[in-house]
Design a protein around this ligand. Structure first.
Ligand code: CDT
Length: 318
């Protein structure tokens, strides 16, 4: 019996600086209702889905920064997402800025959670690859201050079991935005036999340090997720916060990628939109048991020796 998960890529259009959480949650709940009517088991929302992509702005006051963070999840403003999950029996992946209290210290992470059909948090991930720069760089048309506002995630890439219903059990993983450009993200999850990876993102079309990449931003978006899916025999669901947000153009191009590397579902607008696909998790084994049978064909000992011999880690630069 096939294990079919119907997944929704719940893309969001722009969120303005002064939009309230309640306004955004209403838009998300509308997408969840649409997802329910399409038979979805789970929907994937973008990275930092509850607010505008605030790392594009330099704020001096910590209080102004903290206004974008959630000190609890669910909070009074996000509780409606959890209630809707339970009522509709539709799970979700949600990206948000997390203000955590750990060992008596306030810590800030770019975080994602996966929530089951009963509104229970199944797993939490904190973004590991933080792009951008830590200091204000006034030459840029806009900033990318993730290295200033967040700490590197400290939870690792942990695949987890999720059971979305009869014949709907599988191994899932999460990543956030820039993580999708790194092969390690997929491979660490692939080594844990992941069958579907959820990824939310906010990607400006313009990359100030490398404007020559701008015209390739959709191509690169597809390239990394398609190759990550194929090379690890896993489904990948990548979802954007899209469109012109606070004057900055962000890519859409939310896609659902099969273990073959083929795109089987895609958003076509830059606004709130749901793309769906019926994903057979058993398709993963066709790749995991043949071309990408890790136990048979990977050569980790060789890789280790090559790295040790050549010192093959590139020096750090911007
Ligand atoms: N949010 C995030 O991680 N965005 C980065 C922009 C980097 S500039 C190419 C991304 O990798 O999409």
């Amino acid at each position: 019996m096939a294990r079919i998960i119907t997944v929704g890529a719940a893309q969001l259009g722009p969120i303005a600086l002064n939009d309230t959480r309640a306004q955004v949650v209403e838009r998300m709940v509308a997408l969840m209702h649409q997802a329910k009517s399409c038979g979805c088991d789970v929907v994937v929302f973008p990275e930092l889905a509850l607010t505008t992509f605030f790392p594009r702005w330099y704020f001096e006051e910590q209080a102004s920064i903290d206004a974008f963070f959630e000190a609890s999840m669910p909070s009074s403003e996000t509780q409606k997402l959890f209630d809707t999950a339970r009522t509709l029996q539709v799970g979700f992946y949600l990206g948000y800025a997390e203000l955590a209290q750990e060992q008596g210290q306030l810590r800030r992470f770019n975080t994602a959670i996966t929530v089951d059909k009963n509104g229970k948090i199944l797993s939490k991930y904190r973004k590991i690859h933080l792009p951008g720069h830590p200091e204000h760089e006034p030459w840029r048309r806009f900033q990318h201050l993730e290295k200033r506002y967040f700490e590197t995630g400290n939870l690792g890439f942990n695949a987890f079991q999720a059971d979305w219903g009869t014949h709907k059990k599988g191994v899932f993983g999460m990543a956030i935005c820039n993580d999708r450009r790194w092969s390690e993200t997929y491979r660490i999850l692939g080594l844990q036999a992941v069958e579907m990876i959820f990824i939310g993102y906010n990607t400006p079309v313009h990359n100030p340090p490398a404007p020559e990449h701008d015209a390739l931003s959709n191509f690169h978006n597809e390239l990394v997720m398609q190759s990550g899916a194929y090379q690890n025999g896993t489904w990948v669901v990548g979802v954007a916060k899209a469109g012109i947000e606070e004057g900055i153009e962000q890519i859409g191009n939310s896609i659902i990628v099969a273990p073959s590397g083929e795109i089987v579902g895609a958003c076509t607008t830059l606004g709130d939109e749901l793309a769906i696909a019926r994903c057979d998790l058993d398709l993963c084994s066709s790749y995991k048991n043949t071309t990408f049978n890790f136990a048979r064909h990977r050569e980790p000992e060789q890789y280790r020796m090559i790295v040790e011999r050549k010192g093959a880690i590139a020096p750090k630069s911007d």
